[in-house]
Design a binder for this molecule. Structure first.
Ligand code: ZN
Length: 203
């Protein structure tokens, strides 16, 4: 399958790489990119856009290096670490760093934050996200997902997205932890990559 026509823009791709590098170390990152045949994503390369197939390959490479279980853990941590780099690039544009947002009550923050983040992906990348809300849950559905692009798996594998969402919730809520779970994944036969977020924090 070709991902040649769908991309993350430079800023989004760089935020993801910066988060990964924070977890892997610069040397570990170089090793991973070389192993994955992704040398064109090295920091010194002036990459303008990141094809979905390369983003998917990043996660596959983590699984090669650390094994399926270890790779999942590293991808979750890398996703969490990526959030602050993304926020630096996009936070003020989204209005999420303004006091009007920070003063909202938690349920309203979760609502507004989920909408704003989904819009960011929908407007500025080729990733398509649809957010729906139940009484107790927010459903984040990735309809065109770069993380599992072109892959087949036994179970959901979009761990970078789960980590990113965990950290976004932590930031939005001022330090609370929420249950976030990918319950369906395109790679595992799902219609979308479906990430279910409990609205009530664990802590
Ligand atoms: Zn996916």
């Amino acid at each position: 399958m070709s991902g040649g026509s769908f991309y993350y823009p430079q800023k989004m791709g760089r935020a993801l790489l910066a988060g990964m590098e924070e977890i892997l170390s610069p040397n570990g990152m170089r090793h991973a990119l070389k192993l994955g045949g992704l040398e064109n994503m090295l920091q010194e390369q002036p990459v303008q856009k990141f094809p979905f197939e390369s983003i998917s390959a990043l996660q596959t490479t983590l699984e090669l290096i650390y094994g399926p279980h270890g790779g999942r853990g590293v991808a979750l941590r890398a996703g969490r670490a990526s959030f602050k780099y993304g926020l630096k690039e996009y936070g003020s544009m989204l209005g999420l760093t303004e006091s009007a947002f920070r003063l909202l009550a938690l349920p309203n923050k979760l609502h507004a934050g989920a909408r704003a983040f989904a819009e960011l992906f929908n407007k500025h990348t080729d990733q398509i996200v649809r957010v729906t809300e139940g009484e107790n849950q927010i459903i984040w559905q990735i309809e065109r997902c770069p993380l599992c692009w072109g892959r087949a798996a036994e179970e959901p594998i979009c761990h970078l997205a789960v980590g990113l969402i965990q950290e976004a919730l932590y930031w939005v809520s001022g330090g609370k932890v929420f249950n976030v779970e990918e319950t369906e994944c395109r790679a595992a036969g799902g219609a979308t990559c479906k990430i279910v977020i409990d609205k009530t924090p664990l802590t």
